[in-house]
Design a protein around this ligand. Structure first.
Ligand SMILES: Nc1nc2c(ncn2[C@@H]2O[C@H](COP(=O)(O)OP(=O)(O)OP(=O)(O)O)[C@@H](O)[C@H]2O)c(=O)[nH]1
Ligand SMILES: [Mg+2]
Length: 468
């Protein structure tokens, strides 16, 4: 399934960059070059290696609340030079305009002062003010080449959550095709400000996106005190799973398979909306039947066309069981899933119909879900068999409940100084976050505006009241 990827903020930018790098390394193609990175800070954009400057969209150049790095720093200069020279000349004044407004920003130890300084309301204002620039950038995406678009962001980020929310609103207005979100949740060791932003981000994004795939930094950090040191490995894990899901069905179809995954199965699974999580497991298979020797024999014409023998059904069953019991991108109670998709990727003809049926039955039992779709993705020249399991619209997610609890505390601290508390209305359990997806438009009015970045006023005065 072809998908356009739009990274937002530092996390989103790094993830889409890594995605494109992995596409190039593995020869798989999901995006067809339909990738953009939006940020309010130039440095993370200039640090990308697989994106061209044409794919870097720097927002908030002239916004008074956006703090730029020293314009003489090489990274900033390199970035600004890829933009409108008229705006470039204005950046030198924004640095000084900034120092005053940035003083009133909420601060956490893990919040970078540059860009929107972690403030999602400023992020949303910047995106609204720069709507024309965003629309121009979106013209670079060929909507006819992709079946869907995915916004990728760290939900604890001021840019990720704030700009991401406005971008989602913009895209759902103009695109006929599905718009998904990939959100990264902050770790427990990150500041309450990050937790509050992420809780608000979930509340804004989940009801609007066709589906929100979540990655939990907490569960995937080896060292919980140094989450940032694990970004690279968490990002690779995320990219590998995304490629397994969306890349299935895109590989060169030399070997046709009657069980081959259909891109429509992917959208059908995600169509239930809500929060999605992904598990994965891999086994080595008999290298004699599938490895180098078998390939050489096939090349010499001394073996059957694909040369593969079906892997034992019980082995496939074990693999699928391991995948659904594996550490998910977002750990959850698997029986709370609404729809499940199984993708088996491996050498052609290794998965017999019996193996498939056994696996599907197992998933139905383990997830207590009747809607289990399944397909395979033939990959040549591999000795591995991988099972990827997509669990859609999961509703029992301890990490989201914990995030909401932290958000209540952080929100209380903010509202003590800025007026009456609306905390009880604003914080929700996973069930409530997801319930918004059932009737998104009907429920929209009931979402408190304080939680919805896209309803924030565009003037900086308004944002000041939520910042103290
Ligand atoms: N897995 C992963 N998480 C990241 C990465 N970068 C940031 N994060 C997470 O995303 C959150 C937001 O960080 P950024 O993406 O830098 O924030 P932003 O959107 O640039 O906006 P600011 O808050 O203004 O910096 C952090 O609190 C982390 O939880 C990354 O590369 N990988
Ligand atoms: Mg950042």
């Amino acid at each position: 399934m072809k998908v356009a990827l739009l990274g937002v903020g530092g996390c989103g930018t790094r993830l889409v960059d890594q995605f494109v790098r992995t596409e190039q390394r593995t020869g798989r193609s999901v995006t067809n070059g339909n990738v953009l990175a939006f940020h309010t800070e130039s440095q993370p954009l200039s640090q990308t290696t697989a994106l061209s400057t044409d794919q870097h969209i720097l927002l908030g150049d002239t916004h008074p609340a956006v703090l730029r790095r020293d314009t003489n720093s090489p990274a900033t200069d390199a970035q600004n030079s890829s933009h409108d020279p008229k705006r470039h000349s204005e950046t030198s004044t924004t640095t000084s305009q900034h120092s005053t407004s940035s003083n009133s920003r909420p601060r956490g130890y893990d919040i970078n002062e540059y860009g929107v300084g972690g403030d999602p309301d400023v992020g949303a204002q910047v995106a609204k003010a720069d709507r024309p620039e965003i629309r121009r950038a979106l013209d670079k995406i060929d909507e006819t080449e992709v079946a869907a678009t995915m916004i990728v962001a760290g939900l604890g980020g001021g840019t990720g959550a704030g700009v991401g929310s406005v971008l989602l609103e913009e895209l759902t207005d103009i695109y006929e095709t599905e718009v998904y979100t990939l959100g990264v949740l902050p770790a427990d060791t990150e500041s309450d400000q990050r937790a509050l932003t992420a809780a608000r981000g979930l509340r804004t994004l989940v009801p609007r996106a066709a589906s929100t795939l979540l990655v939990d930094n907490d569960s995937w950090s080896r060292d919980r005190d140094a989450v940032a040191d694990c970004y690279q490995s968490i990002n690779q894990m995320t990219v590998d799973r995304l490629l397994s899901v969306f890349g299935a069905g895109e590989a060169n179809a030399t070997f046709e398979s009657e069980l081959r995954i259909d891109p429509a199965d992917i959208s059908r699974t995600l169509a239930v909306g809500g929060v999605t999580t992904v598990g994965r497991a891999t086994i080595e298979i008999d290298s004699n039947a599938h490895g180098l020797l078998a390939r050489i024999l096939r090349l010499l014409g001394r073996s059957q066309s694909s040369g593969s023998t079906p892997v034992d059904a019980s082995k496939i069953k074990t693999l699928i069981s391991r995948a659904v019991q594996s550490k998910l991108t977002l750990p959850c109670e698997i029986t709370s899933a609404d729809r499940v998709l199984l993708i088996l990727s491996g050498p052609p003809d290794t998965i017999s119909r019996k193996g498939f049926e056994t696996g599907r039955y197992l998933l139905e039992e383990e997830t207590q879900t009747v809607e289990v779709l399944a397909g395979d993705e033939p990959i040549q020249n591999t000795t591995e068999l991988t099972a990827t399991v997509v669990l859609a619209n999961v509703t029992s997610v301890p990490q989201i409940d914990e995030l909401q609890r932290r958000a209540v505390t952080a929100e209380d601290a903010v509202t003590t100084t800025s007026g009456p508390s609306t905390t009880t209305e604003q914080t929700t359990t996973t069930d409530e976050v997801n319930s918004q997806t059932v009737e998104p438009s009907a429920d929209e009015d009931s979402i408190p505006t304080e939680f919805d970045f896209t309803n924030a006023e565009t003037t900086s005065e308004t944002s000041d009241s939520t910042e103290q």
